[in-house]
Write a protein that binds this ligand. Structure first.
Ligand SMILES: [Zn+2]
Length: 239
Protein backbone atom coordinates (compact mmCIF):
# COMPACT_ATOMS: atom_id res chain seq x y z
CA UNK A 1 0.00 0.00 0.00
CA UNK A 2 1.36 3.38 -0.91
CA UNK A 3 1.28 6.32 1.44
CA UNK A 4 0.97 9.96 0.52
CA UNK A 5 0.65 13.33 2.15
CA UNK A 6 -1.52 16.28 1.26
CA UNK A 7 -3.19 19.40 2.60
CA UNK A 8 -6.97 19.26 2.66
CA UNK A 9 -10.20 20.81 3.83
CA UNK A 10 -12.70 18.54 5.53
CA UNK A 11 -15.97 18.62 3.56
CA UNK A 12 -17.91 16.18 5.72
CA UNK A 13 -17.93 12.76 7.33
CA UNK A 14 -20.21 9.89 8.20
CA UNK A 15 -20.17 6.93 10.58
CA UNK A 16 -18.54 3.77 9.32
CA UNK A 17 -18.65 0.40 11.09
CA UNK A 18 -18.48 0.25 14.89
CA UNK A 19 -15.96 2.91 15.67
CA UNK A 20 -14.75 4.44 12.42
CA UNK A 21 -15.66 7.42 10.37
CA UNK A 22 -15.38 8.04 6.62
CA UNK A 23 -14.10 11.54 6.03
CA UNK A 24 -14.61 13.39 2.76
CA UNK A 25 -11.72 15.75 2.03
CA UNK A 26 -10.90 18.25 -0.66
CA UNK A 27 -7.16 17.96 -1.02
CA UNK A 28 -4.78 20.36 -2.65
CA UNK A 29 -3.25 17.93 -5.16
CA UNK A 30 -5.32 14.71 -5.14
CA UNK A 31 -8.78 16.24 -5.50
CA UNK A 32 -11.66 14.86 -3.45
CA UNK A 33 -10.66 11.92 -1.25
CA UNK A 34 -12.76 9.56 0.85
CA UNK A 35 -10.76 8.09 3.69
CA UNK A 36 -11.41 6.00 6.79
CA UNK A 37 -10.36 7.45 10.12
CA UNK A 38 -10.06 4.35 12.28
CA UNK A 39 -11.26 4.18 15.87
CA UNK A 40 -12.21 7.85 16.04
CA UNK A 41 -15.63 7.20 17.55
CA UNK A 42 -14.37 4.86 20.29
CA UNK A 43 -12.75 7.21 22.75
CA UNK A 44 -11.89 10.88 22.86
CA UNK A 45 -9.84 10.66 19.71
CA UNK A 46 -7.59 13.56 18.87
CA UNK A 47 -7.59 12.56 15.20
CA UNK A 48 -11.39 12.75 15.24
CA UNK A 49 -11.36 16.23 16.73
CA UNK A 50 -9.06 17.46 13.96
CA UNK A 51 -11.33 16.11 11.25
CA UNK A 52 -14.34 18.36 11.84
CA UNK A 53 -16.00 19.79 8.69
CA UNK A 54 -14.33 23.04 7.50
CA UNK A 55 -11.02 22.27 9.24
CA UNK A 56 -7.85 22.82 7.25
CA UNK A 57 -5.50 19.88 7.81
CA UNK A 58 -2.22 18.31 6.77
CA UNK A 59 -2.61 14.53 6.46
CA UNK A 60 -0.74 11.33 5.84
CA UNK A 61 -2.88 8.74 4.08
CA UNK A 62 -2.54 5.19 2.87
CA UNK A 63 -4.25 4.36 -0.40
CA UNK A 64 -6.64 1.46 -0.35
CA UNK A 65 -8.67 -0.36 -2.98
CA UNK A 66 -11.90 1.47 -2.21
CA UNK A 67 -11.17 3.88 0.61
CA UNK A 68 -7.90 5.40 1.69
CA UNK A 69 -6.95 5.38 5.38
CA UNK A 70 -5.99 8.39 7.47
CA UNK A 71 -2.68 7.72 9.28
CA UNK A 72 -1.88 11.10 10.76
CA UNK A 73 -3.54 14.49 10.92
CA UNK A 74 -2.06 17.86 11.79
CA UNK A 75 -4.44 20.76 12.16
CA UNK A 76 -3.32 23.74 10.04
CA UNK A 77 -6.33 25.88 10.94
CA UNK A 78 -9.50 24.94 12.86
CA UNK A 79 -11.48 28.00 11.62
CA UNK A 80 -12.77 28.23 15.16
CA UNK A 81 -14.77 31.45 14.65
CA UNK A 82 -16.98 29.54 12.21
CA UNK A 83 -17.96 27.14 14.97
CA UNK A 84 -18.64 29.81 17.59
CA UNK A 85 -21.07 31.86 15.52
CA UNK A 86 -24.24 30.29 14.17
CA UNK A 87 -24.52 32.52 11.09
CA UNK A 88 -20.93 31.89 10.04
CA UNK A 89 -21.31 28.18 10.77
CA UNK A 90 -24.32 28.06 8.43
CA UNK A 91 -22.39 29.81 5.66
CA UNK A 92 -19.23 27.75 6.10
CA UNK A 93 -21.17 24.48 6.01
CA UNK A 94 -23.04 25.65 2.89
CA UNK A 95 -19.66 26.34 1.24
CA UNK A 96 -18.20 22.89 1.94
CA UNK A 97 -21.47 21.22 0.98
CA UNK A 98 -21.63 23.00 -2.40
CA UNK A 99 -18.01 22.11 -3.14
CA UNK A 100 -18.66 18.51 -2.14
CA UNK A 101 -21.59 18.36 -4.56
CA UNK A 102 -19.78 19.80 -7.60
CA UNK A 103 -16.54 17.83 -7.17
CA UNK A 104 -16.12 14.29 -8.48
CA UNK A 105 -13.80 11.92 -6.55
CA UNK A 106 -10.05 11.80 -7.23
CA UNK A 107 -10.02 14.50 -9.87
CA UNK A 108 -7.48 17.20 -8.98
CA UNK A 109 -9.21 20.59 -8.69
CA UNK A 110 -6.54 22.92 -7.24
CA UNK A 111 -8.54 26.03 -8.25
CA UNK A 112 -11.51 24.84 -6.14
CA UNK A 113 -9.24 24.01 -3.23
CA UNK A 114 -7.76 27.50 -3.45
CA UNK A 115 -11.19 29.16 -3.66
CA UNK A 116 -12.58 27.19 -0.70
CA UNK A 117 -9.55 27.72 1.56
CA UNK A 118 -9.57 31.45 0.89
CA UNK A 119 -13.32 31.74 1.45
CA UNK A 120 -13.27 29.81 4.76
CA UNK A 121 -10.31 31.86 5.89
CA UNK A 122 -12.07 35.13 4.99
CA UNK A 123 -15.27 34.01 6.73
CA UNK A 124 -13.27 33.06 9.82
CA UNK A 125 -11.75 36.56 9.86
CA UNK A 126 -14.98 38.48 9.44
CA UNK A 127 -18.63 38.17 8.49
CA UNK A 128 -20.35 40.05 5.65
CA UNK A 129 -23.91 39.91 4.33
CA UNK A 130 -22.43 38.87 0.96
CA UNK A 131 -19.86 36.28 2.07
CA UNK A 132 -21.78 33.16 1.03
CA UNK A 133 -23.31 34.73 -2.09
CA UNK A 134 -19.90 35.95 -3.27
CA UNK A 135 -18.51 32.45 -2.76
CA UNK A 136 -21.36 30.87 -4.77
CA UNK A 137 -20.87 33.32 -7.65
CA UNK A 138 -17.12 32.68 -7.71
CA UNK A 139 -17.70 28.93 -7.58
CA UNK A 140 -20.14 29.04 -10.50
CA UNK A 141 -17.73 31.22 -12.42
CA UNK A 142 -14.68 29.03 -11.73
CA UNK A 143 -16.71 26.10 -13.03
CA UNK A 144 -16.97 27.84 -16.39
CA UNK A 145 -20.44 29.37 -16.02
CA UNK A 146 -19.62 33.05 -15.48
CA UNK A 147 -22.91 34.92 -15.81
CA UNK A 148 -23.30 37.43 -18.60
CA UNK A 149 -23.86 40.82 -16.96
CA UNK A 150 -23.10 43.47 -19.58
CA UNK A 151 -25.40 42.52 -22.41
CA UNK A 152 -28.67 40.64 -22.71
CA UNK A 153 -28.06 36.89 -22.69
CA UNK A 154 -31.08 36.56 -25.03
CA UNK A 155 -30.44 39.08 -27.82
CA UNK A 156 -27.05 40.65 -27.10
CA UNK A 157 -28.55 44.12 -26.57
CA UNK A 158 -26.34 46.20 -24.27
CA UNK A 159 -29.06 48.64 -23.16
CA UNK A 160 -30.85 48.48 -19.83
CA UNK A 161 -30.99 45.00 -18.31
CA UNK A 162 -33.89 44.31 -15.99
CA UNK A 163 -34.11 40.59 -15.23
CA UNK A 164 -31.70 37.76 -14.49
CA UNK A 165 -32.19 34.21 -15.70
CA UNK A 166 -30.26 31.68 -13.58
CA UNK A 167 -30.81 28.86 -16.08
CA UNK A 168 -29.50 30.84 -19.07
CA UNK A 169 -26.86 32.34 -16.81
CA UNK A 170 -27.20 36.04 -17.38
CA UNK A 171 -29.18 39.25 -17.45
CA UNK A 172 -32.00 40.02 -19.87
CA UNK A 173 -33.28 43.22 -21.47
CA UNK A 174 -36.92 44.21 -20.93
CA UNK A 175 -38.09 42.73 -24.24
CA UNK A 176 -36.42 39.31 -23.73
CA UNK A 177 -37.26 39.55 -20.03
CA UNK A 178 -37.27 36.03 -18.57
CA UNK A 179 -36.10 35.29 -15.04
CA UNK A 180 -36.19 37.32 -11.83
CA UNK A 181 -36.29 41.13 -11.72
CA UNK A 182 -32.85 42.59 -11.05
CA UNK A 183 -31.88 46.17 -10.19
CA UNK A 184 -28.93 47.91 -11.81
CA UNK A 185 -27.37 48.25 -8.34
CA UNK A 186 -27.50 44.47 -7.86
CA UNK A 187 -25.91 43.95 -11.29
CA UNK A 188 -23.14 46.33 -10.35
CA UNK A 189 -22.46 44.40 -7.10
CA UNK A 190 -22.31 41.22 -9.17
CA UNK A 191 -19.75 42.86 -11.47
CA UNK A 192 -17.66 43.75 -8.41
CA UNK A 193 -17.78 40.16 -7.09
CA UNK A 194 -16.81 38.64 -10.43
CA UNK A 195 -14.51 41.39 -11.61
CA UNK A 196 -11.83 41.28 -8.90
CA UNK A 197 -13.37 43.90 -6.60
CA UNK A 198 -14.42 41.40 -3.95
CA UNK A 199 -13.42 43.63 -1.01
CA UNK A 200 -15.77 46.39 -2.18
CA UNK A 201 -18.62 43.86 -2.27
CA UNK A 202 -17.77 42.34 1.11
CA UNK A 203 -17.67 45.77 2.75
CA UNK A 204 -21.32 46.46 1.89
CA UNK A 205 -23.97 46.63 4.57
CA UNK A 206 -27.25 44.82 4.11
CA UNK A 207 -29.51 46.61 1.59
CA UNK A 208 -32.27 45.66 -0.87
CA UNK A 209 -29.63 45.20 -3.61
CA UNK A 210 -27.50 43.00 -1.34
CA UNK A 211 -30.57 40.88 -0.60
CA UNK A 212 -31.22 40.60 -4.36
CA UNK A 213 -27.65 39.43 -4.99
CA UNK A 214 -28.06 36.88 -2.18
CA UNK A 215 -31.35 35.55 -3.51
CA UNK A 216 -29.97 35.31 -7.04
CA UNK A 217 -26.88 33.50 -5.75
CA UNK A 218 -29.00 30.84 -4.01
CA UNK A 219 -31.12 30.35 -7.17
CA UNK A 220 -28.06 30.31 -9.43
CA UNK A 221 -26.25 27.80 -7.20
CA UNK A 222 -29.27 25.52 -7.25
CA UNK A 223 -29.49 25.72 -11.06
CA UNK A 224 -25.75 25.07 -11.30
CA UNK A 225 -25.93 22.00 -9.04
CA UNK A 226 -28.71 20.61 -11.20
CA UNK A 227 -26.62 21.10 -14.37
CA UNK A 228 -23.60 19.59 -12.64
CA UNK A 229 -25.50 16.53 -11.42
CA UNK A 230 -26.81 15.96 -14.93
CA UNK A 231 -23.33 16.20 -16.42
CA UNK A 232 -21.90 13.88 -13.77
CA UNK A 233 -24.74 11.45 -14.54
CA UNK A 234 -23.81 11.47 -18.23
CA UNK A 235 -20.20 10.92 -17.29
CA UNK A 236 -21.10 7.89 -15.11
CA UNK A 237 -22.93 6.19 -17.96
CA UNK A 238 -19.80 6.30 -20.10
CA UNK A 239 -17.61 4.61 -17.52
ZN1 LIG B 1 -32.70 40.89 -24.96
Amino acid sequence: MSTYRDHAIVLGSHKFGEADRVVVLLSQTHGKIRAVAKGVRKTKSSIGARLEPMSHVDLSLRSGRELDTVDQVRLIHPHQNLRDDFDRLRQGLAMVEAVNKVTPDKDPVPHLYELLSRALHALNERNSPLMLAAFFWRLISIEGQTPQLDECVGCGESGELSTFDVVEGGAHCASCGSGLPVSSRALSILRDILGGRMNDALALEESPAVIEVNNLAMEAMEAHLERRLKSLGVFDRHL
